[in-house]
Design a protein around this ligand. Structure first.
Ligand SMILES: [Zn+2]
Length: 630
């Protein structure tokens, strides 16, 4: 009997180890097809046949601030670069998230007062042919927040089609899901215009209805947007301002142009300007242009201050980014945000990731929430200076993910959010050392890991419960990267990250492209790592000192993994409160399903205490991380 059970146990252990090392990220049917068609490669590079579609948007929008109505005329020239003939064009009407009866899973509850009958489509033409937009239409079908336009004639591969849409909607006044009414005369406008959904090489049309949870997944497009506002109103937006000289009074305009080439902070609009109403001219239409960006957003106000500076982001070409903040004078800490933003842009450009900030403009609009759009962010004021730094540098860092590298936030929220929590940690530490950012992010993960109903990090973001959304994408997403950086070492990790950015900038990578690039560049089989951190359901970080034996000058420490995650081991040896040495082991040591590992430390010093871990290695139960020698 005994022999048999030992055999079974041995067999089980062997099988477990085998399964663990043989497991690898799942390749879906659609991904397999992409590899087969050569649009993507197994090494994580875009394939020779990679393609993506794009649109040119020409929008004339009018903001009725008094009645909180936004309306527009929009022309879209859509380029089908795919090898497929398209029968249908899928258009997103984000503001239908407020439509009566639409499914919502919003990160903030929707105020019933904001519920309406949906975006009003007054007319829609395809190549100048009018389409029926009535409720019973067979040509234009609304479903969730999507609008399907059945084309009169198929759009052939490598051809373009032109759509013209007249639309309007009631602007939300009580609910702030990324955009909304900030005060009676300040509005932040995002996810607003009818936008063509992504048709890509992996999943074809993205037909996920926007439910208020996951942010977006957009093509890289060109925009020319005219925004008409009431008298005395300013507009800050994505892109290159085309006619500031015509819409701003001369003194304001000249202060602005000085700031654009200056390292100093210029108060372009002051309290005095606002009191004297000496800011804008009688031209109320603001023109913006942006090329190869994945979205367009703007903010308006008639009483916001405007601080502007600029910073060299590329020392080779002396290219500058103009950095500004638009804010209510009551917005606490916002007088310091332009400096925070400037330093963040500099640090991102020079240090981590060390790629020149990819846009010529950045405006931080003091709104509510914390949300990124290309070249403009919506961040609410915070009385805590550290949190002001944290929130602003986070939203600014999104310039790289998803705005330079076009990740799909509705599926892999962990990619852009995890990277965007991780990347600015050094600059956050430099600006606000009191945040102790590494320990702060680590303790957040240690605290929440293993929460009820946790699902795997790889779970498509649109399936998530709002409560799990933040924990997974931000806290666990960041820790998975930080532990990977410890595993590979900072230099190799950065090489992998920079290669990923270089391969996928202005393109749409998947999770597999991310994993495969890191494995390819590091020349290491990292499947065990992806399985443990990204594919495992839950998992608690918990290492413990199991035992210590001393023989002569040798200390043998057995460290046990009581949790489910492979973590680096860091032991510190003390003699009377003085550190006499350390001993470390990489997380890779756990990959063969080992539960215990042995570390050896030799010293002549009389060791009194041994500690395990550090403030930047997560541990849900730090109480078993200290051993006192008898
Ligand atoms: Zn974010």
């Amino acid at each position: 009997m005994k022999t048999v059970s030992v055999f079974i146990i041995t067999l089980l252990v062997t099988t477990l180890s085998f399964v663990a090392s043989a497991q690898q990220p799942t390749v879906s049917k659609n991904e397999a097809r992409a590899y087969e068609k050569g649009t993507r490669n197994y090494d994580g590079t875009p394939g020779a046949n990679y393609w993506q579609n794009s649109s040119d948007y020409f929008i004339q929008a009018t903001v009725d601030v008094k009645n909180k109505v936004l309306s527009g005329r929009e022309q879209i020239v859509y380029s089908n670069n795919s090898p497929d003939s398209l029968k249908t064009i899928v258009i997103r009407l984000y503001q239908d998230v407020f439509k009566n009866g639409v499914n919502r899973n919003s990160i903030v509850p929707v105020d019933p007062a904001d519920i309406h009958d949906g975006v009003r489509i007054a007319s829609l033409k395809v190549n100048n042919e009018s389409m029926d937009v009535s409720e019973s239409s067979q040509q234009v079908v609304r479903d969730g927040t999507l609008m399907y336009v059945i084309l009169p004639k198929k759009l052939a591969p490598h051809n373009k089609t032109e759509l013209q849409i007249e639309w309007s909607f009631d602007f939300p006044q009580h609910t702030l899901i990324r955009m909304g009414t900030i005060d009676s005369t300040s509005m932040f406008v995002g996810q607003w215009y009818p936008q063509i959904a992504v048709y890509d090489d992996v999943n074809r049309w993205d037909t996920r209805s926007y439910n208020g949870l996951a942010e977006f997944y957009n093509d890289f497009c060109n925009f020319e947007v005219d925004i008409t506002v009431p008298d005395q109103f300013m507009v800050w937006a994505t892109g290159d301002p085309q006619n500031l000289k015509d819409v701003l009074q001369t003194p304001v305009y000249s202060r602005y142009t000085k700031a654009c080439t200056s390292d100093e902070i210029h108060h372009v609009i002051t309290e005095e300007d606002i009191l004297n109403k000496k800011i804008t001219t009688q031209n109320h239409t603001w023109k913006y242009k942006a090329s190869n960006v994945s979205d367009f957003a703007f903010g308006v106000s008639d009483h916001y201050l405007w601080d502007v500076t600029s910073v060299v982001v590329d020392k080779n070409s002396d290219r500058r980014t103009v950095v500004g903040t638009a804010y209510n004078k009551e917005a606490v800490n916002f007088d310091q945000v332009v400096q925070i933003a400037r330093e963040t842009v500099r640090s991102l450009s020079e240090e981590m990731p060390g790629i020149p900030y990819p846009f010529p403009y950045l405006t931080v609009y003091a709104g509510d929430f914390g949300m990124e759009y290309p070249m403009i962010t919506n961040v609410g004021p915070d009385a805590d200076f550290g949190m002001t730094v944290y929130a602003n540098s986070h939203e600014i860092t999104h310039a790289y993910f998803p705005f330079l590298v076009g990740t799909n936030e509705t599926v892999c929220g962990w990619m852009d959010e995890g990277l965007t929590v991780f990347i600015p940690e050094n600059s956050q530490h430099n600006i606000a050392p009191e945040l102790n950012i590494g320990a702060y992010n680590t303790s957040a993960f240690s605290h929440y890991a293993g929460i009820q109903d946790e699902v795997a990090l790889i779970t498509p973001t649109h399936y998530l419960d709002p409560g799990i959304y933040f924990y997974l994408n931000y806290a666990k997403g960041e820790q998975a990267l930080r532990m990977l950086e410890m595993e590979l070492g900072p230099e190799l990790f950065k090489t992998c990250l920079l290669t990923f950015i270089e391969r996928w900038k202005y393109k749409h990578p998947t999770a597999l492209d991310f994993f495969n690039t890191f494995s390819d560049v590091s020349k290491r089989d990292l499947n065990w790592y992806w399985m443990a951190w990204y594919y495992q359901v839950g998992g608690i970080p918990d290492l413990a000192i199991e035992s210590v034996t001393k023989t002569g000058n040798r200390y043998v420490v057995i460290v046990e993994n009581k949790g489910q995650l492979p973590l680096p081991v860091a032991l510190t040896f003390y003699a009377n409160d003085n550190v006499v040495g350390t001993s470390t082991e990489a997380a890779g040591k756990w990959q063969k399903n080992t539960k215990q590992i042995e570390l050896i430390f030799d010293t002549k010093e009389p060791v009194s205490k041994i500690t395990l871990g550090s403030e930047t290695i997560p541990d849900a139960h730090p109480e078993d991380n200290e051993y006192l020698m008898k």
